[in-house]
Design a binder for this molecule. Structure first.
Ligand SMILES: Nc1ncnc2c1ncn2[C@@H]1O[C@H](COP(=O)(O)OP(=O)(O)OP(=O)(O)O)[C@@H](O)[C@H]1O
Length: 299
């Protein structure tokens, strides 16, 4: 794991905004850190960057404790949090030169970064005249200058138009696929994360409500057969005995993974033959957006 936190908690005064979060971010992943506005994403990121100190829990990055290896860890971590720290009166290239001198990074990295974030054409334009998307890309180039192994970005596409979002997404995928980096990126938009993330963590009101691979998240939105009937507990036992995998059983409702309409018909016949009254039976599917909403609203 490149990032691993254990029961991380943080309070602003008496408001607990991060509640026992245990992040697991594998090497080479694009980890999408999702949550609605105010969920605690930025606060968690500040804890990962040692900008805030947790009241409880620990942070391990590169399998080392953050507190006791702060300088070593942060020198290998690039970040972009809130607004990129850009001098508007300097050109894009001058901004990079300035940072390269501070970090004592080879000057050759500057052109490499301009190329990578597609700002070569605009290298000599004042950063104050850049569009929002160009500023974000310059911010990412600044974060990448020292060639960090881990990149932590807080809502890098916030406020960008669809093209700007696509460009950032491509850039992050390139960093992972071609350069072997690990990217931790926060967002409040599932659709944006879904297209690039390999792993997802969803937080709401400071608590982690889901963590896993994107496939595991998508599996939660696989189609189900929803059966509404008179005696759900008994009927679920019958279906289990007959070899069907019963998922969720609620008062008057049973959910079974959907495989085919033929199987749905068999279930209907079986229930009727055994004296159950089926009020409704049909295929239901939550798309990921609805799933995200239901995960974050039910907590
Ligand atoms: N400096 C602060 N002092 C007090 N409370 C704060 C401070 N910063 C954030 N909070 C509160 O902590 C909670 C979490 O905020 P945070 O910025 O971490 O959420 P977020 O998920 O990043 O939201 P957004 O997507 O809107 O940026 C919110 O209730 C917020 O009001």
């Amino acid at each position: 794991m490149v990032i691993s936190t254990n029961q991380l908690s943080f309070n602003y005064g008496d408001q607990q905004v991060v509640k026992s979060i245990s992040l697991q971010v594998p090497q080479g992943s694009i980890y999408g850190f999702l949550g609605p506005n105010g969920a605690g994403k930025t606060t968690t990121i500040k804890l990962l960057l040692n900008l805030l100190h947790p009241q409880n829990g620990t942070v391990q990055i590169f399998e080392k404790d953050l507190q006791s290896n702060r300088i070593e860890i942060l020198s290998q971590t690039g970040s972009l949090i809130e607004q990129p720290a850009i001098y508007n009166h300097l050109t894009g290239k001058e901004n990079l030169c300035n940072r390269a001198m501070l970090l004592q990074v080879a000057v050759s990295r500057i052109d490499e970064m301009l190329e990578l974030v597609q700002l070569k054409q605009a290298a000599n334009k004042k950063a104050g005249q850049y569009s929002l998307g160009m500023k974000q890309r310059l911010g990412i180039a600044l974060a990448l200058l020292s060639d960090p192994k881990l990149i932590i970005l807080d809502e890098p596409t916030n406020g960008l138009d669809p093209n700007g979002i696509i460009e950032i997404r491509r850039l992050l995928m390139k960093l992972v696929h071609e350069q072997g980096k690990t990217v931790f990126v926060s967002s409040h938009l599932l659709a944006e994360i879904e297209r690039m993330a390999t792993h997802v963590g969803i937080i709401n009101h400071g608590s982690m409500v889901f963590q896993g691979s994107i496939e595991e998240l998508q599996a939660l939105s696989k189609p189900l057969i929803h059966i509404e009937l008179n005696d759900s507990a008994d009927a679920a036992n019958l279906l289990n005995r007959e070899g069907f995998t019963v998922g969720d059983v609620q008062e008057g409702n049973i959910f079974v993974p959907y495989t085919s309409k033929e199987e749905m018909g068999k279930i209907n016949t079986l229930l009727n033959q055994n004296g159950y009254t089926v009020y409704a039976i049909g295929k239901v599917q939550k798309d990921l957006e609805n799933l995200f909403l239901s995960i974050t609203q039910n907590t």
